[in-house]
Design a protein around this ligand. Structure first.
Ligand code: MTE
Ligand code: MO
Length: 193
C-alpha cells in the first residue's frame, strides 16, 4: 500500500517494521486465560459492568488500523487491531457527570490515566485481536487497551479494569516521570517538558 510515512511519523520517532514487545513492569507476564478473564468497568458510571470474555465478545466489534508510538522512539505505522470502541463501552456503562478521568488497570498492576474529555474526542478501544489473531501474551493478551493518539504507555496491556474517576490518578509511568499527557506530536515524553 503506497503511503507517505513522513506525515505519519511524529518528531523524534522512527518507523519499525513490526510491533516490538516491551517487557511488562513486573518482569513476568501475567497468566490470563480467556475462560477466567473479566473486564470490570466501574467508578463514576450509571451501569457498572463485569464482562466475561464471551459477554465482552458479543459487544459490537470493529477493525482498527492505527499508528502506535512508543516513547522509546519506535513507531509501528498501520497496525491492525480488532476490538471494541471505548465509545461502545461508554454507551453501556454511561459515565456520570462526576467522571473526569479514565483509569485503565492491568493484571500486572500497571495503570494509566487519560482525561475523559479526550477519550470522547479521540479514538480509544479495547483490542481483542492483532493482525487477525488472538493477541499474544507479550503484546498484552487476551485484551489490551489501545489509545493511538498518545504514546504507547497510555495503552494498557493485560487489561482487566476501566475505572471512571472524579480525580486524576497518575499511572505507573506517569508517577515515574513520564509526561501525564503524552502527545507524540508535541513530544510530551517526560514531565517537565
Ligand atoms: N499492563 C502493562 N501495560 C503496558 C506496559 C506494562 O508494562 N504493563 N507497558 C507500557 C509501555 S511503556 C509500552 S511502550 C507499551 C508496549 O506495548 P507493546 O509491548 O505491545 O509494544 O505497553 C504499555 N502498556
Ligand atoms: Mo514504553
Amino acid at each position: 500500500m503506497a503511503q507517505n510515512q513522513k506525515t505519519k511519523l511524529p518528531p523524534g520517532q522512527h518507523a519499525a517494521s513490526k510491533m516490538i514487545a516491551m517487557p511488562p513492569i513486573g518482569g513476568s507476564y501475567p497468566e490470563l486465560k480467556k475462560e477466567k478473564w473479566k473486564l470490570k468497568v466501574y467508578g463514576a458510571v450509571e451501569n457498572p459492568q463485569e464482562w466475561t470474555w464471551d459477554e465482552f465478545n458479543q459487544l459490537g466489534q470493529e477493525n482498527f488500523m492505527v499508528d502506535f508510538h512508543c516513547v522509546t522512539g519506535w513507531s509501528k505505522l498501520d497496525q491492525h487491531f480488532f476490538g471494541v470502541d471505548l465509545k461502545t463501552i461508554m454507551g453501556i456503562v454511561k459515565p456520570t457527570p462526576k467522571a473526569n478521568f479514565v483509569i485503565f488497570e492491568s493484571a500486572d498492576g500497571y495503570t494509566t490515566n487519560i482525561p475523559l474529555k479526550e477519550i470522547k474526542e479521540n479514538l480509544a478501544f479495547v483490542a481483542l485481536k492483532m493482525d487477525n489473531e488472538d493477541i499474544k501474551t507479550e503484546f498484552g493478551g487476551p485484551a489490551r487497551s489501545v489509545v493511538p493518539y498518545l504514546y504507547a504507555y497510555k495503552s494498557a496491556k493485560f487489561l482487566t479494569g476501566i475505572k471512571f474517576s472524579k480525580q486524576d490518578e497518575l499511572g505507573f509511568w506517569e508517577a515515574r516521570g513520564y509526561h501525564n499527557h503524552a502527545d507524540p506530536w508535541q513530544e510530551e515524553r517526560y514531565s517537565g517538558n
